[in-house]
Design a protein around this ligand. Structure first.
Ligand SMILES: Cc1cc2nc3c(=O)[nH]c(=O)nc-3n(C[C@H](O)[C@H](O)[C@H](O)COP(=O)(O)OP(=O)(O)OC[C@H]3O[C@@H](n4cnc5c(N)ncnc54)[C@H](O)[C@@H]3O)c2cc1C
Ligand code: FES
Length: 332
């Protein structure tokens, strides 16, 4: 089959089918056709999009996807977010719908990089203008197609509902995705799929505890902006950890937003505090641990590098916080 060929993907035991281009992610082809299959992260970590492949053959686009296992391969289960059809297919998902779930009306948008702002050492805010206004739950992420097969997740830091989306990203030396993002330059055109992910503030009476490490501040800022915009009355405590004061980016924004809430506060923690820092010292867990007795009924939202989310999850588990009160995005 040549590039550009179209394959027919049929849903088992139904009349539903959709066309999938050679090389196109099956999940994306389904979304394009208005056939809604289960999905969540969009990139291979959650496993929600697994379907049984009953007929045909696919090409796996990310062999190291965290949720792809040899057992799944033996049982004919594939991730539709990271597979493309190489023949006509028959698949069996756990459900199929003609309507997207309210939080997952995901689409691919053409985007232009219109603004860049250096916030800290190798940390930058990128504003992309999409070809239309889009809706998401603050805290969710997008998938940026950076070209040549490089797709990377970044969380929106601004309020939903506009054509402009802000991301806060860190550049890692020698690592292709973030290096590509930082080298795009104003005016660059890419495509962005949005929204994905389960990170958004759930409605309940419980107090909120938002915990960010490094660029994990992006979704936490988005959530805080959402809480301010809706005048959310819940007590909200934000913890933000970084190595140095320079890396504690958007600190003034966090403090300002928390100040607009009915009962909001922010605690910063620095591993290497310079002179003049009067906040907490050490890891974000060192700041969070002594506050936990006051947060026994809170719902927790965590975002940041895996080392940070793992440490916070372990602390919360040790402290007896029930898993259904913890939502997190691990940036790995
Ligand atoms: C839900 C989520 C939200 C995130 N939000 C932010 C954010 O707001 N700011 C920020 O700075 N970082 C964020 N990240 C991390 C970001 O996506 C990158 O992992 C990080 O920038 C390092 O990427 P890199 O390309 O420089 O490193 P690399 O080492 O090149 O890439 C590492 C990451 O890319 C993933 N990956 C590799 N191949 C593929 C593929 N084919 N398809 C999809 N993924 C692939 C890997 O699993 C790994 O997570 C987020 C990650 C996730 C999962
Ligand atoms: S693995 Fe999460 S949507 Fe595919």
């Amino acid at each position: 089959m040549a590039a550009g060929d179209v394959h027919e993907v049929r849903i088992a035991d139904s009349d539903t089918w959709f066309p999938a281009l050679e090389g196109e992610r099956i999940l994306r082809a389904a979304q394009r056709a208005g056939v809604w299959l289960p999905f969540e992260c969009g990139w291979g970590s959650c496993g929600t999009c697994k379907v049984v492949l009953l007929e045909g053959a696919v090409s796996a686009l990310f062999d190291d996807a965290p949720s792809a296992s040899p057992r799944d391969a033996r049982r004919g289960r594939i991730l539709v977010c990271q597979s493309s059809a190489t023949t006509d297919l028959v698949i069996k998902p756990s459900w199929v719908s003609g309507e997207p779930r309210p939080e997952f009306d995901t689409d691919s948008c053409a985007a232009v990089l219109v603004e860049e702002e250096d916030l800290g050492p190798d940390i930058r805010r990128f504003r992309f203008r999409l070809d239309r206004a889009i809706g998401y739950r603050e805290g969710q992420h997008a998938i940026l197609d950076l070209g040549a097969g490089l797709r990377r997740c970044y969380s929106m830091a601004n309020l939903s509902g506009s054509a402009d989306v802000d991301f806060i990203a860190k550049r890692y030396d020698g690592r292709p995705g973030s290096e590509r993002l930082f080298s795009l330059g104003k005016g660059a055109e890419i495509s962005i799929e949005v929204p994905y992910g389960e990170m958004w503030v759930r409605g309940s009476e419980r107090p909120l505890c938002l915990v960010a490490g490094g660029t994990g501040v992006a979704p936490i800022l988005g959530m805080l902006r959402g809480l301010v915009a809706t005048s959310d009355p819940r007590p909200t405590h934000v913890f933000f950890g970084a190595n140095t004061r320079d890396e504690l980016v958007c600190w003034a924004d966090l403090v300002g937003l928390a100040g607009e809430l009915h009962d909001g506060r922010v605690t910063g923690a620095l591993v290497r505090p310079g002179p003049g820092w009067d906040g907490a010292r050490g890891f974000v867990t060192d700041a969070l641990a002594p506050a936990l007795p006051d947060l026994t009924s809170a719902t927790f939202y965590l975002a940041g590098p895996p080392v940070m989310t793992d440490a916070v999850l372990a602390l919360l588990k040790e402290s007896g916080v029930q898993l259904d009160r913890i939502h997190y995005d691990s940036f790995g």
